[in-house]
Write a protein that binds this ligand. Structure first.
Ligand code: CA
Length: 369
C-alpha cells in the first residue's frame, strides 16, 4: 500500500472510530446481549484450570463491555464433569472448559488435540494450532458434534507420576497397578501393567492403602496439593505420557456461528491469551512446588532411565498406530500430527533443546537427593 493510500485509509478509520465512540453505547444498548452458562470438567477452585475458566468468563465480560455474560459451573455443579461435551453439543449450555482426551470414547480423534505420549511439548502443540493445521483439523473433528473448539490452556510438561517402588527396568512395569488414563494407560498396559481408573477424589487413599502401586496426576503444583508425597516415595519425570496437555474452551457451534464477527474475535482472542496465561501459571508455580516437595517433604525425585523411555516410546508409537487404525478421522489426524512433529523437530533440536542443555543443564537434579 502506498503511503498516501494508507494515510487516506487511516483517516477514514480514525473518523469512523470517532463516530462509533459516540454512537457505540447507544447501538450496544439496543444490541443483543448474551447470557451464557459455561460448564467445566474441573473441581471447584481447581488451581489454574477452573480458575482459568473463570478468568476466561470474566475477561470476555470485560472485553465485550457486558454484551456477553458467562456464569461458570465447576464439574458436577450443573452437569457431571464428563457430561460437558453432550451438554454443549445439544445446546443445553453454550460452552465448556475441559480437555479433548476426555471425549475419546465418543470422538476417538479428539485425543490428539489434548496430548499424546511422546507427542508435542506446549510450544509444539501451540505451534500446531496457531501456525500449522492443528486447529483447522480440530474444528473439522468437532463440527459434526455441533462444537467449535479453541485452545484455552496448557499444563506444561507433566510429571511421570508417584511410585511406591523404584522403576529400574521394563520388568518393573509388569503387574504394576497404576492410575493413568487415556493413551498413556494403553502404553502402560502394553508394558504389562494393570491400569486402574479412579476419580481424582479416590487417588490419594488408593495409593496410600496400596490398592494401586503408582499414579500420575498433573505436575508439582497440583500433586503437592493432593498430598501424594504422603502416599508414595518416588516422584518420577518426565511426564512422557502428557508432554504438554492442551485444555480447551469449546462453544456450541450454532451459538458461535450466529455471533457478530467482533464477538467471535473477542472470544478467540481471550481464549488465546488465557492459553498463554495458563501455561505461564504452571511454569511459574511448578518449580516452587517441586522445591517444596523435595526440601520440605523429602520426596525422592527420579528420572526414568533413558533405555526405559526409549522402550515406552516404541510402545507408544504402536498404541498410536492401533488407535489411528480404528477410524478414518483418527488416521487423518495422526498422520497430520506426525508430519507436523517431523517438520518442527529439527528446529526444536538446535533451538530449545540446545538452550536447555547448555543453559539449564541438569539444574533440577541439583535439588534432588
Ligand atoms: Ca495427567
Amino acid at each position: 500500500m502506498k503511503r498516501r493510500d494508507f494515510m487516506k485509509k487511516a483517516g477514514v478509520a480514525a473518523a469512523a472510530t470517532a463516530a462509533t465512540s459516540v454512537a457505540a453505547p447507544a447501538v450496544w444498548a439496543q444490541g443483543k446481549k448474551y447470557q451464557w452458562k459455561m460448564v467445566t470438567t474441573w473441581p471447584p477452585n481447581f488451581p489454574v484450570l477452573q480458575v482459568g475458566a473463570e478468568r476466561f468468563a470474566k475477561r470476555v465480560n470485560e472485553a465485550t463491555e457486558g454484551r456477553i455474560t458467562i456464569q461458570v459451573f465447576a464439574g458436577g455443579e450443573l452437569v457431571p464433569p464428563l457430561g460437558c461435551l453432550d451438554a454443549v453439543s445439544n445446546g443445553t449450555v453454550e460452552l465448556f472448559s475441559g480437555a479433548a482426551y476426555y471425549w475419546a470414547g465418543k470422538i476417538p480423534a479428539a485425543q490428539w488435540f489434548s496430548s499424546v505420549p511422546f507427542g508435542l511439548n506446549p510450544q509444539g502443540i501451540n505451534t500446531w494450532f496457531y501456525a500449522g493445521d492443528g486447529l483447522k483439523l480440530w474444528e473439522e473433528v468437532y463440527a459434526p458434534f455441533n462444537l467449535v473448539p479453541r485452545p484455552q490452556g496448557n499444563t506444561g510438561v507433566q510429571m511421570g507420576g508417584w511410585f511406591r517402588k523404584e522403576m529400574k527396568t521394563m520388568e518393573d512395569w509388569k503387574g504394576l497397578k497404576m492410575r493413568i488414563p487415556g493413551l498413556g494407560g494403553k502404553v502402560v498396559a502394553k508394558a504389562g501393567g494393570t491400569v486402574v481408573l479412579l476419580p481424582g477424589g479416590e487417588i490419594f487413599t488408593s495409593l496410600e492403602r496400596g490398592v494401586i502401586d503408582a499414579t500420575e496426576w498433573v505436575g508439582p503444583l497440583h500433586d503437592l496439593r493432593l498430598g501424594l508425597y504422603k502416599a508414595a516415595k518416588y516422584y518420577y519425570y518426565p511426564g512422557w505420557h502428557e508432554p504438554g496437555t492442551c485444555l480447551e474452551v469449546t462453544f456450541n457451534k450454532k451459538v458461535y456461528d450466529s455471533l457478530p464477527s467482533d464477538l467471535k474475535l473477542i472470544l478467540d482472542s481471550v481464549a488465546m491469551e488465557t492459553n498463554l496465561w495458563s501455561l505461564s501459571q504452571f511454569e511459574a508455580q511448578n518449580g516452587q512446588a517441586l522445591e517444596e516437595l523435595i526440601n520440605k517433604h523429602n520426596v525422592d525425585l527420579k528420572e526414568f532411565p533413558p533405555e526405559m523411555l526409549q522402550q515406552l516410546k516404541k510402545l507408544s508409537e504402536e498404541v498410536l498406530e492401533e488407535e489411528a487404525a480404528k477410524d478414518p478421522m483418527s488416521k487423518k489426524v495422526n498422520e497430520a500430527f506426525k508430519k507436523f512433529r517431523e517438520q518442527i523437530g529439527p528446529w526444536g533440536t538446535v533451538s530449545e533443546k540446545s538452550f536447555y542443555d547448555t543453559i539449564f543443564g541438569k539444574y533440577s537434579l541439583k535439588a534432588a537427593k
